[in-house]
Design a protein around this ligand. Structure first.
Ligand SMILES: Nc1ncnc2c1ncn2[C@@H]1O[C@H](COP(=O)(O)OP(=O)(O)OP(=O)(O)O)[C@@H](O)[C@H]1O
Ligand SMILES: [Mg+2]
Length: 260
C-alpha cells in the first residue's frame, strides 16, 4: 500500500504521516516512511532518538553519493551524467529503523517535469520511481506542499493521496488546486483529512466547503502536538486524541483501498 500525504504548508502533513507510520508498525506491518521535504522533520514527529537522527541525512544532499552514481557533481549543469543511476541499495542503506518504522530522508523531489536537468534531480527521480516500484508493505510519502512535483509514475503506483487541510478557506483553496493537478495527471483516489479542528462547526465547514472530495477523518487541535515536538517524543505516544483519530483514519484507508 502506497500513500502520499500532501497539503498546504504547516497543515499537519508530517504529524499525520508519523501517526500513520506508527499505527501501521504497531499493527505488525512493515513500514517505510519517506520524508520528501527539503527541511526534514518526520524523524522528530516519530520521536526518533538523537543517535538515530544523527545517522540520517537527505539523499538530495549526499553530494559524494550523487557524484559516484551519476558520474557528475551535483550543481553541475550541462556535461554528461547518467539519467538512471543505481539506487536499489539506497532505501536500506541510508534509512534507519526505530520501533518498526523505517525512515528515509530524501529531500524535495520534482518528478513532474519542470525541475532542473542535473545530477541530483536524476538521482532523486530515479530513487522516487524505485520506491514506488518496491514491494513495501506500507509506503508513506510525506510530500512537500502541493502536487506539481508528482508525475505519472506516482499516479500509477500510489494507491491514494491524502490532502491534509485546516478548517480555513485558504487551506481548502490549496486542496482544490491539488485536486485539479492530481486529476489532470489521473490520480483519482484523493481524500481530505481535517486537522487542528476545534469544534463541530469546523467539521461542518470542512464537509460543506471541501472541493468535492470525501473527508476521510479529522484530528483535533491539541497543544500536546507542540509539546511532543518540544520534548522530542512521538505524537503517537504523547497525544492520545491524535492517536485515536489516526487509528480511525488508518481503518478508513484500509476500507477504501482494500474494501475491508
Ligand atoms: N492537531 C494539531 N494540534 C495542534 N497543533 C498541531 C496539530 N497538528 C500539527 N500541529 C502543529 O502545526 C505545525 C505544523 O505541523 P506539521 O509539521 O505536521 O505540518 P506540515 O504540513 O508537515 O508542515 P510543513 O509544510 O512545514 O512540512 C507544527 O508546529 C505542529 O506542532
Ligand atoms: Mg512537514
Amino acid at each position: 500500500m502506497k500513500i502520499a500525504i500532501t497539503g498546504k504548508g504547516g497543515v499537519g502533513k508530517t504529524t499525520l504521516t508519523a501517526l500513520l507510520a506508527q499505527i501501521y508498525a504497531v499493527a505488525g506491518r512493515q513500514v517505510l516512511a519517506v520524508d520528501a521535504d527539503p527541511s526534514p522533520c518526520l524523524a522528530g514527529a516519530l520521536g526518533f532518538p538523537d543517535d538515530l537522527r544523527s545517522q540520517l541525512s537527505p539523499v538530495a544532499e549526499m553530494d559524494q553519493l550523487i557524484e559516484e552514481r551519476t558520474g557528475a557533481k551535483p550543481g553541475q549543469i550541462g556535461g554528461f551524467f547518467t539519467l538512471n543511476p543505481r539506487v536499489d541499495d539506497i532505501p536500506d542503506r541510508f534509512s534507519v529503523l526505530h520501533r518498526g518504522v523505517r525512515l528515509l530522508e530524501m529531500g524535495s523531489v520534482d518528478i513532474g517535469g519542470s525541475g532542473c536537468i542535473c545530477p541530483e534531480s536524476a538521482m532523486l527521480k530515479t530513487l522516487f520511481t524505485h520506491l514506488l516500484f518496491r514491494k513495501d508493505d506500507v509506503l508513506l510519502l510525506d510530500m512537500y506542499a502541493g502536487v506539481e512535483h508528482l508525475g505519472r509514475a506516482t499516479v500509477d503506483f500510489v494507491d491514494a493521496m491524502l490532502i491534509v487541510v485546516e478548517p480555513t478557506r485558504r487551506s481548502l483553496g490549496t486542496a482544490a488546486q491539488i485536486k485539479k493537478l492530481a486529476i489532470d495527471i489521473g490520480l483519482e483516489k484523493l481524500w481530505i483529512v481535517g486537522n487542528k479542528i476545534k469544534n463541530s462547526e469546523e467539521i461542518e465547514f470542512l464537509k460543506t466547503q471541501t472541493p468535492g472530495l470525501p473527508v476521510l477523518g479529522v484530528m483535533n487541535a491539541d497543544l500536546g502536538v507542540q509539546e511532543a515536538d518540544r520534548l522530542g517524543v512521538a505524537v503517537y505516544d504523547y497525544v492520545p486524541s491524535l492517536r485515536q483519530s489516526g487509528i480511525e483514519i488508518s481503518e478508513k484507508i484500509d476500507q477504501m483501498i482494500n474494501g475491508n
